[in-house]
Design a protein around this ligand. Structure first.
Ligand code: ATP
Length: 266
């Protein structure tokens, strides 16, 4: 992922600022809703606690998620504004390697938004994008936002849905429909993280390339080996382990209080 930026590469928070600039740029193109900026800030707060790195429980979740995607008969990669703005190419690559459909599914279906997201995905190499305009003609009754509108060729009939940066209502509805739900969410306390079948507690920008590589690598495994990866994964344990790592890191930092040194002064 390379983003245009006004920040120098030497800035200690250069990557984080670049990501923010990418999101704000896409508020102008309508891809990102204002609420998406708030959601990103909430995610960043948890990323600070994680130390902005991929933790082992996330790697385990990525391995189970890759196996679940490969075992699925009708996998779908669900795309919202933030994910399209931050990793359109990675979403397209993941859908391609996992033989999954790409479907736009938004909390806020504002005029022009779906087609702006569709264009980003097509620019990134997508051949087909479901869920745009009238194509989202089916309804999920249990969902109380625009997210209830789904494509009858995609999420409605999917057995496994990858839902990065999701809201809890839809995750719950998809689980109630018997689907396997794979989430990416930096907040292990969110309803999405709690209710998904497999939760990857990591930043989407780090998790996507790792998930892509894992799916590619796991294609060499047989169905039995893939099933073992899924059945031996416990989301309860993955979330416990993620929370414990956050707690331990906060505890270690709390011993210091000030952990960033002011250079150039005695
Ligand atoms: P829920 O309804 O699941 O309890 P919520 O109301 O916070 O949670 P949203 O507003 O849709 O749901 O927020 C999306 C989630 O995405 C948040 O939990 C946030 O922590 C997470 N998030 C935001 N940006 C990122 C990112 N870059 N990588 C991973 N997770 C992120």
């Amino acid at each position: 992922m390379t983003y245009e930026t006004h920040v120098s590469s030497g800035h200690p928070r250069a990557e984080s600022i670049r990501i923010r600039e990418q999101l704000t740029k896409h508020v102008e193109t309508r891809v990102v809703a204002l609420a998406g900026i708030i959601a990103h800030g909430r995610g960043e707060a948890f990323d600070y606690i994680l130390g902005e790195k991929t933790i082992l429980p996330a790697m385990r979740a990525i391995s189970a998620a890759a196996a679940a995607l490969l075992l699925a008969e009708r996998p779908v990669v669900s795309v919202n504004g933030n994910t399209a703005a931050l990793c359109a190419r990675e979403l397209v690559d993941l859908a391609s390697v996992a033989n999954a459909k790409l479907e736009v599914n938004l909390f806020h279906r504002l005029p022009g938004r779906e087609s702006a997201i569709e264009s980003l995905l097509i620019e990134a190499g997508a051949e087909e994008v479901l869920g745009v305009g009238d194509a989202a003609s089916a309804r999920l009754d249990e969902v109380h936002s625009d997210r209830r509108r789904v494509d009858p060729r995609g999420i409605l009939i999917a057995d496994t849905v990858f839902v990065p940066l999701e809201d809890g209502d839809r995750t719950e509805a998809l689980r109630r429909m018997g689907k396997t739900v794979i989430a990416v969410d930096l907040n292990p306390l969110s309803r999405t993280a709690q209710l998904a079948s497999i939760t990857i507690v990591d930043n989407i920008v780090r998790a996507m390339p790792l998930l892509f590589s894992e799916v590619k690598k796991s294609r060499g495994l047989n169905a039995e080996e893939l099933r073992t990866k899924v059945t031996t994964f416990s989301n309860k344990k993955a979330l416990s382990d993620s929370m414990r790592l956050m707690e331990e890191r906060l505890h270690a930092l709390s011993e210091k209080g000030v952990y960033i040194q002011l250079h150039g002064r005695e």
